[in-house]
Design a protein around this ligand. Structure first.
Ligand SMILES: *Cc1c(COP(=O)(O)O)cnc(C)c1O
Length: 382
């Protein structure tokens, strides 16, 4: 076991011996890329999601880029998306010089507020790019209804919600294209890797070309368009297939730990523990403070005790290059900004023990108590 600087890390992948053996057997074979493992992983993944096709790529970000490229979203095109997400879900539009048009979030679920989408549409809007942030699931029936009414394409960023479903249909399978990522902090991992799912055959064929230098599928060695090397290697695919098999068990483990946190962190006045909707896929565990300064205080307290935590997410529109390019300022999306200042992700992974969870909860309680004492002292000394 390699040592981590953290006593309790924020996340940790679970790679069982069977998965290790699968990857090892690839390494003992002569085929390390473009081989049977990728095909097998793609078939199994498509079946799991309920889409007709799955196309393995080298990261979730690459998958999003290909989706944007495939739809022809370029200069002059706009896509509606959320400012409260991992930055890749908006960057993918910038790769093709399309414009992300942000819409504020629902403060309870942290997801795009669908009430606000239609007023953000312009004649240049070509697509919706919803994100299932933290594993919480958007009302995809409503997203698709809005898209159909206005003739828009839908790229569903399901990178944080593998295994979730809306109305019994898996996330990722609702949109014209669904994208997944398998970085090691996700519910399942390939080290680096991603998957694009679609049920459209024309999309499927073009994606296979695009991820492989634009190579023509005719097999005559020609290149039919500008493409990329976004291929997933066989080692990653073998790991992915093994992880997919374990995913139902992984999600069960995570659900149990989520409920335990909810139980031991409940009843604290200063702390909101967001609800756990049954359809969600447990990606991260978030706690939310009322005041921004308290969030920062709690993070410092956790760090002092060797407990890793993270700010998810800094709102995308406030990053320097978004401000410079689009003129965004503080106050543009107040709910996303408030969430960015008050949410904290705490250690959460398949194998975190109850004892570790208790230590995290104790550190949070102590941090809160300190904070309250200090504010009381400040009031008294006035
Ligand atoms: C993880 C993630 C991605 C993809 O990330 P990669 O690290 O490129 O695989 C995209 N969007 C969201 C919302 C994510 O959380």
């Amino acid at each position: 076991m390699t040592s981590s600087p953290w006593r309790i890390p924020l996340s940790r992948p679970q790679v069982d011996e069977e998965a290790v053996q699968e990857v090892a057997s690839v390494l003992r074979s002569p085929i390390l890329s473009i081989g049977p493992r990728l095909q097998a992983f793609e078939h199994a993944f498509a079946r799991f999601i309920g889409s007709r096709y799955a196309i393995g790529v080298s990261s979730g970000t690459c998958g999003l880029h290909l989706a944007v490229k495939l739809l022809g979203l370029g200069p002059g095109a706009e896509a509606i998306t959320t400012p409260f997400s991992f930055i890749a879900s908006a960057n993918c539009l910038l790769f093709e010089n399309a414009r992300p048009v942000f819409v504020d979030i629902d403060p309870d679920s942290f997801l795009l507020d669908l009430e606000l989408v239609e007023e953000a549409l312009t004649p240049r809007t070509r697509a919706l790019l919803p994100v299932h942030v933290f594993g919480n699931v958007l009302d995809m029936a409503r997203v698709m209804a809005i898209a159909r009414l206005h003739g828009l394409a839908v790229i569903e960023d399901a990178c944080e919600a593998v295994g979730a479903a809306w109305q019994g249909r898996r996330t990722g399978s609702w949109g014209d294209l669904g994208v997944f990522g398998f970085y090691p902090n996700k519910q399942m991992t390939t080290g680096e890797g991603g998957m694009v799912v679609t049920s459209r055959e024309d999309f499927h064929l073009r994606l296979r070309g695009l991820r492989n230098q634009g190579r023509s599928l005719a097999g005559d060695g020609s290149f039919s368009e500008l493409g990329y090397n976004y291929r997933m290697p066989e080692m990653a695919a073998a790991l992915g297939a093994a992880q997919l098999k374990s995913l139902p068990a992984f999600l069960q483990e995570r659900r149990r730990r989520e409920r335990f946190y909810q139980q031991i962190l409940s009843g604290l006045d200063e702390l909101r523990v967001p609800p756990i909707p049954p359809e969600r896929s447990p990606f991260v565990f978030i706690v939310q403070t009322r005041e921004p300064a308290l969030r920062d205080h709690l993070q410092a307290q956790l760090t002092e005790r060797g407990i890793q935590s993270a700010v998810y997410f800094r709102p995308i529109h406030l990053e320097k290059f978004y401000r410079e390019r689009f003129g965004y300022r503080e106050g543009a999306f107040p709910r996303a900004e408030h969430a960015g200042q008050t949410c904290l992700a705490i250690p959460f992974y398949n194998q975190i023990t109850e004892e570790e969870q208790r230590q995290v909860a104790d550190a949070i309680r102590q941090g809160l108590a300190q904070w309250l004492n200090r504010s009381r002292a400040a009031v008294l000394s006035r």
